[in-house]
Write a protein that binds this ligand. Structure first.
Ligand code: BES
Ligand code: MN
Ligand code: ZN
Length: 493
């Protein structure tokens, strides 16, 4: 799995500025006033920056974005990237500016310059997120090396220290993106499980349930999904005990390494996109990686259900009735509504085993959420207004789109089954809501719960502010912040 490059933090130096051969990114406030370093660089480059700032190109720049100009040959840099950023802007604006700079610099080396070390650290974070590449399957000579990343500011030690937790977050996001981008022949259920085992040295307790153990526990809903695949199904739990003796927050992910739809098979067009159907599990993995790497003072357990949904002589049929671990029977109307079957047992197991304080699940659950919200926001469903507000706030602060959807009430009726306790689809109306409603059936009364339908945000066809085309890592940062703001104790317990 790819590791983010560590930016090199250094003190401001005129010699270094004029000798640097890649792209230099600087910030200018929307009033157009140049800070000290920028003035220096402007003088070194015959006033190209001050002239640019007077044009309407600069006026029209949105805060947190940048524009590339070619400097005169007096300095060695091949490009100057002028980012618009106000002194009192939000940290995420600096992050966005850093990402924009990395986008403009493409594969070339990038030197970020800022008069404020906090801005420098945040811009570095944005640049690192944006510089992610998934090229391990490209043969030598066909992949471009990403150049170095240097960050110049006053108090570079302080910038570096500030960057520590952000570096941990970036590594988690990279892990999530790698897992999502990898196809199922490379990262199937076994390889995914191995990857999680490899996180043990970080201090995570990792336990794995195989099929026979799950059979004994009565997890027939999850097992039914995987029974048509030659790849074994697993349930993996990752425990991080950084807090006191309080009950953990549980984060549960759908890990369908490939979703053909099963016997209710999907059409061929775009079916390859279903390599990302383990996106929920990948966010859980990335989050646990972050929490352990930055030594979070909280108790969090991450649980993923890893299965492959394939058609086969032994595959589950539409109409089959299975008994879940909870004991409720499920009529499987459509074998393509498999994520909720996996989560039903994963959620129940998590509650039985860990009695969590609160529970969040993530799943690329429905195509319907893409119809509803597009690729801008994940669907957020919850039985607890306060908990939900807390999450929405975290998502907003990390600039990860999230929008609350309803659940409960009369929607319950839509998944009543004639033959069993519940059925796994509710028809076309409110497809994402009935999916959430199905999950809520497997949440104990009184347990605060959030379901995140991430089908639209997990992987994108075009690049976004913080990621190239493909996996985004959506959710890792919002959840890390939620843990920080709501579940971490202030004291050194
Ligand atoms: N993994 C899909 C949902 C999905 C669709 C994720 C598009 C990402 C992009 C899920 O398992 C599924 O197939 N859902 C069905 C449910 C239906 C059969 C009720 C869907 O959305 O069509
Ligand atoms: Mn499906
Ligand atoms: Zn699926």
């Amino acid at each position: 799995m790819a590791k983010p490059t560590h930016p090199r933090f250094e003190a401001i130096s005129a010699e270094q500025l004029s000798a640097f051969e890649g792209a230099i990114a600087v910030t200018v406030g929307s009033d157009g006033a140049l800070g000290r370093v920028v003035r220096r660089l402007d003088r070194m480059s015959h006033g190209v920056i001050s002239r640019f700032v007077e044009t309407d190109l600069f006026t029209d720049l949105k805060p947190g974005t940048g524009h590339l100009i070619v400097p005169p040959p007096r300095i060695k840099a091949h490009a100057l990237i002028i980012c618009k950023l106000d002194r009192r802007s939000l940290p995420t604006d600096a992050r966005r500016a850093g990402a924009a700079a990395a986008g403009s610099a493409a594969e070339r080396s990038l030197l970020i310059v800022s008069n404020q070390y906090a801005t420098a650290a945040e811009m570095a974070f944005g640049a690192v997120l944006r510089r992610y590449r998934f090229d391990r399957h490209k043969s030598a000579g066909r992949k471009k090396d990403v150049g170095e990343l240097r960050v110049m500011s006053p108090s570079p030690e302080k910038a570096a220290t500030m960057y520590d937790d952000k570096g941990a977050a970036a590594a988690g996001v990279y892990l999530t993106r790698d897992l999502v981008n990898e196809p199922a022949n490379v990262v199937g259920t076994q390889a995914f499980t191995n990857q999680l085992q490899e996180m043990k040295p970080l201090g995570l307790g990792v336990s794995v349930l195989g099929e026979s153990e799950m059979q004994e526990l009565g997890m027939n809903a999850l097992l039914g999904v995987g029974q048509g695949s030659d790849s074994p199904s697993f349930l993996v739990a990752m425990e991080w005990n950084g807090g006191g003796d309080e009950k953990p927050l549980a984060v549960v992910g759908k890990g369908v390494v490939f979703d053909t739809g099963g016997i209710s098979i999907k059409p061929a067009a775009n079916m390859e996109e279903m390599t990302m159907d383990m996106g929920g599990a990948a966010v859980v993995a990335g989050l646990m990686h972050v929490l352990a790497s930055r030594n979070a003072r909280a108790n969090v357990v991450g649980v993923v259900g890893l299965v492959e949904n394939m058609p086969d002589g032994r595959a589950q049929r539409p109409g089959d009735i299975v008994r879940s671990m909870k004991g409720d029977t499920i009529e499987v109307i459509n074998t393509d509504a498999e994520g909720r079957l996996v989560l039903a047992d994963a959620l129940w197991y998590t509650q039985e085993k860990y009695a969590p304080e609160a529970i969040i699940d993530l799943a690329t659950l429905t195509g319907a959420i893409i119809i509803g919200l597009g690729h801008e926001a994940a669907g957020v469903f919850s039985n607890d207004d306060q908990f939900c507000e807390d999450f929405l706030k975290s998502a907003r602060l990390e600039q990860e789109g999230a929008w609350r959807m309803p659940v409960g009430g009369n929607y319950r009726k839509l998944i009543k089954s004639g033959k069993a306790d519940i059925k796994n689809v509710g028809g076309r109306p409110a497809g994402s809501v009935t999916a959430a409603q199905f999950l809520l059936n497997f949440i104990r009364e009184g347990t605060p719960w959030i379901h995140l339908d991430i089908a639209g945000v997990t992987s994108l066809k075009s690049r976004s502010d913080f990621a190239p085309r493909g996996a985004t890592g959506w959710g890792v940062l919002a959840l890390d912040r939620l843990v920080r703001d709501r579940f971490e104790s202030g004291d050194d317990a």
